[in-house]
Design a protein. Structure first.
Length: 277
């Protein structure tokens, strides 16, 4: 049983490490679901489920490993006279390493912040590669509701999808259901929908709430997307005591000013009222 415990712990640890690396580089959920992202045939949700279950398995057998090796472990907490001593030199070093990691992560200090930023970089590149949905969990919207939000005629969209060879039973099906039946991604379903008709131009001005992926846009990109004068927008934000540059993303501006990205977006909306296009 000791051998089974040790070997199962080792194998579970290896697989958990693998799933940790994969989840570290996977796209954000909204991007993964919109593009039906998969790696080795598994979706983001399946990799997450595998990570959780193997993690629990590792913990269970780790506790068994501790149980079967309790005596050797207690020797690490005894002095030369064989007396039990919790705060040995080795224990103190281990405790400091853990404490340093916790505080470093909490305070967003290098190298811990660097690890997080690298992971965010992977996710940002994936958003560019696979594309952002028009709004969060758009794939769960019924065809009728999605078409309305995107300024499309639902019946014309349905006709366009039939012409593209897609099987659609009704406008009440979600994009995810349509995609699954036709072995397409929700993104490809959307492309088929709008093939026969252009999407209506969005109203001037910024949306009431930031669309998915807005935090990754620079001020220049945001201004170009909504027809704003970038230099004037930057100056307007500086007039509101925000430290910013046109090349900074919304997330970077938020971090530089100890704010949340949504709060920065709200300030931008206020500033836009006085910025000409």
């Amino acid at each position: 049983m000791r051998r089974i415990t040790a070997l199962t712990s080792l194998l579970a640890c290896i697989v958990t490490l693998l799933t940790s690396i994969i989840l570290y580089i996977t796209p954000q959920g909204r991007v993964a679901y919109w593009s039906d992202w998969k790696l080795w045939g598994l979706t983001k949700e399946q990799w997450g489920a595998l990570h959780i279950n193997l993690g629990f398995l590792f913990l269970i057998f780790l506790f068994l490993h501790i149980y079967y090796n309790w005596k050797p472990l207690t020797l690490y907490m005894k002095d030369k006279a064989r007396n039990f001593k919790l705060f040995t030199r080795e224990f103190n070093i281990s405790f400091v390493i853990i404490l340093f990691s916790v505080l470093g992560t909490y305070c967003d200090l290098p190298p811990f912040s660097t690890i997080i930023n690298i992971g965010e970089g992977f996710k940002d590149r994936a958003a560019v590669t696979y594309g952002e949905p028009p709004y969060g969990h758009a794939e769960l919207s019924p065809l009728k509701g999605f078409a309305q939000k995107m300024g499309l005629d639902a019946n014309k969209a349905l006709e366009s999808m039939h012409q593209a060879g897609l099987t659609v039973e009704s406008i009440n099906q979600t994009l995810k259901e349509i995609a699954a039946v036709n072995r397409r991604t929700p993104q490809q379903v959307y492309e088929a929908m709008k093939a026969a008709q252009p999407v209506e131009e969005p109203e001037k001005g910024l949306p009431a709430s930031p669309p998915p992926g807005t935090g990754n846009l620079t001020l220049k990109d945001l201004a170009a997307q909504y027809g704003l004068d970038a230099p004037k927008l930057v100056q307007a934000l500086r007039d509101k005591n925000l430290d910013c540059k046109g090349t900074m993303t919304i997330k970077e501006i938020a971090q530089a000013n100890n704010m949340g990205p949504t709060d920065v977006y709200d300030v931008i909306k206020e500033a836009v009222q006085g910025v000409g296009s």
